[in-house]
Structure formats: C-alpha cells, structure tokens
Design a protein around this ligand. Structure first.
Ligand SMILES: [Zn+2]
Length: 386
C-alpha cells in the first residue's frame, strides 16, 4: 500500500494539470511548479526515508478543484483503510471547507468524513454527519447502515430497530433476524430493570418478527422459570430444539434441572434418544449418560459410556468416562491425573465458530465480534469437533 501511495501522490499532484491539458477548450494552466520549495521539501523527505512527512507535503500541494476532488477522496479513503484516520479526517475536512464543491461532491466528502469519525471511535461526530445526510436523503442506504453500526456500539437498541425499519423500507432488505436480536436486547435491558411485562412484550415482538428466534425462546423460558412456571419453561426449551439442535449444549443444564424438579427425567431421556436418531453427531448420548448417572448411579453410566466410546471414539466421551472412574476410585487415583491432562487438552479447543468469517470463541456470542453479523456463531457438534 505504501508503494501505491508513492505512485499515486506525485501523479495526483500533477493530475489537475494533465486533466486540464486534455481539454482543448480550457486555457492551459501552468504545470506543477517544480520550483515550489515545498515540492523539493517533500522529495527530500522521501529521499531521507521519511515517508509520513513526504505524504503530508504532497497532500498539501494537491490543490482542490473540480479536477482533483476525486483524487482527494481516493487519498482520504486510502489513508482510512491504512488506519491513518487523522490524515483521512484532515483531507476530508479540507474538502468540505471548499465552497467550490458541487452538492454531490460535498455529500460524498461528508459521507467519507463520517466514516473516518466512525473508524476513530468518534461516534457523536459521525452520527451528526450521518443524520445530516439522512435528512437530506443523500446516500441513504450507506448512511442507515453506518447509523446502525453506531447504535449497536452504543447499545441503543430502539434506535437500531428504527434504523433497520427505515433500511428495510428504503432498500427492500429483509432484516427480520437483526430486528429480533434488537428486541431480545431490549428485553434483556427490561429484565435487568425488573420490568418483566415489558421484557415479555419485547420477546413476543422478537418472535413475531422472527418465529425461529432461538434467543427469544430461551429468554422466554428463563422468564417462565423465574416465575416458577417450570413446565412452560421446559416446553419453550423443547421448541428451541425443533428449530436448532445445535443449541442443545446451551440449554441442556436448564433442561436437566427443570426435568429433575418435575420428576420427568425419563421424558428428557426419550427426547435425547430421538435427537440421537435424527442427528447422530449432536453428542446427545453424552447427556443420556449424565441422566443415567443421576438416576442409576456411576457404574451404569460408566458402562453406557464405555459402549458409546467403543462405537464413537470421542475425547469428550472419554473425559466423561474418566471423570466417572475418578469418582469411583477416589481423588488420588492415576485416572485423576489423566482427567487433568484431558481437561487441559480440551480447554485449548475453541468450541464456537462464526459460520461466516471463521472467528473462534470459547463462549457463545449472539453477534460475531469480528464480522458483526448476528446468529452466525455456532457451537461445533462435539463429535465433529473432538
Ligand atoms: Zn463472523
């Protein structure tokens, strides 16, 4: 990229002159003034391997006129992409201050400056510029997307919803998945403020927007649990598995606890059996072993796991078996050392991965921290993973 700038800057400094040279109807302007001390100053910095100073001088030399606006915009863009946001801001602020820009050029420069501020984390300034463009109905789709980014960063979920709706209207995009997460975020804020009626209302809105929203069902189940309505909570958790069996590891602890309270662990065992039949790689059998341990004790669970591992070699299954054997033989048995080693090996594995950008994580994120998409991070099926 640095090399590209070396090529671009001297060319850009001369571009107004060459552009004008091509137009026979315009009077010829003077060529770039090679006697200009700043030009030699810039070259001097280049020769002294001081590229930053040289860039600044060449940029200042590049006059703003109708021929060079695009070059300024391209340079500002390049600097932003290189992470040199201060330089990008200077170039775009310099452009906006020129009264000779056309309305379209002014709007483009505002859009670029807004993105510079966004990149620099100056959200208030970026929002102000994007709002100005939104009101003027200029670059609407891009502006709405940038506003969404700002509101997500600031956790202003109601504003996210309104912006998503405006974007849907403007560009006919389907943002029901994103909207369902905004409602879930609002519900979580309401729950934290002990506004349970509002939380339920937000979750219903999430499900009305996106009936397959696993997160909304899970939050609904937790609200039902907190109210003491465990049968409803268990039904809601079952509904989740109808939509997304990958979510089983996230809810299995609550399912075991709920069915234990209700005395219906056999129902859960039957459900896990069905899941194993339909999704052999879901790892549901590992949870069956846990239920056997709870209902029948360590020894039958160990027998079950031994048979299971024989047919389906799995580190997770092996860890569970060794754990059981440790319980049977006491803390100082050799197997406990093996268990510690297995735990260390398994801790190194990232269980969660974004299906879009490949970002790996050790816990579930609803929004990928890397590509910022929603619902793209999934737990790897245990048997495919380990
Ligand atoms: Zn991602």
């Amino acid at each position: 990229m640095q090399e590209l700038l070396w090529l671009l800057l001297p060319v850009a400094a001369a571009s107004g002159w060459w552009g004008a040279m091509r137009s026979v109807r315009k009077p010829l302007p003077a060529p770039p003034d090679k006697q200009n001390p700043a030009y030699f100053h810039g070259l001097n910095h280049l020769l002294n391997e001081e590229p930053d100073k040289a860039i600044d001088i060449f940029v200042e030399m590049l006059e703003v006129d109708s021929e060079t606006v695009e070059t300024h915009l391209a340079l500002g863009n390049l600097f932003r992409q290189r992470g040199e946001v201060e330089r990008a801001i200077r170039i775009h602020q310099n452009l906006i201050a020129r009264p000779t820009l056309s309305n379209e050029q002014h709007a483009q420069a505002l859009l670029e400056l807004g993105q510079d501020y966004l990149r620099a984390g100056l959200y208030d300034r970026a929002e102000k510029l994007f709002q100005e463009l939104k009101e003027k109905r200029l670059h609407t789709a891009q502006v709405l997307q940038h506003l969404t980014t700002i509101y997500q960063q600031e956790k202003e979920w109601q504003a996210c919803l309104q912006t998503a709706e405006a974007l849907e209207k403007h560009s006919q995009q389907d943002l029901s998945l994103e909207k369902s997460h905004y409602y879930c975020e609002l519900a979580m804020q309401a729950k934290a403020a002990e506004q349970y009626t509002k939380a339920r209302h937000d979750l219903k809105a999430a499900l009305a927007t996106n009936p397959a929203c696993v997160r909304a069902n899970h939050l609904m189940a937790r609200l039902a649990w907190d109210k003491g309505d465990i049968p409803t909570a268990m039904q809601l958790l079952r509904d989740i598995l109808d939509h997304n069996v990958h979510y089983l590891p996230e809810i299995i602890r609550e399912m075991i606890a709920g069915h234990q309270k209700l005395g219906t662990l056999q129902d859960l065992r039957a459900l896990l059996g069905q899941i194993t039949g339909q999704h052999p790689k879901s790892g549901a059998e590992l949870y069956v072993a846990e239920l056997i341990q709870l209902e029948e004790g360590n020894q039958p669970a160990a027998h079950y796991l031994t048979r299971y591992i024989r047919n389906t070699p799995s580190l997770l299954g092996l860890r569970q078996l060794v754990e059981l054997e440790c319980l049977n033989h006491g803390q100082h048995h050799l197997l406990c050392d093996v268990l510690n080693h297995l735990n260390k090996i398994l801790q190194k594995h990232s269980n969660y991965q974004c299906q879009k950008c490949g970002f790996q994580a050790s816990t579930l994120h609803w929004q990928c921290p890397s590509c910022h998409r929603w619902s793209t991070i999934q737990q790897q099926p245990p048997l495919e993973n380990l």
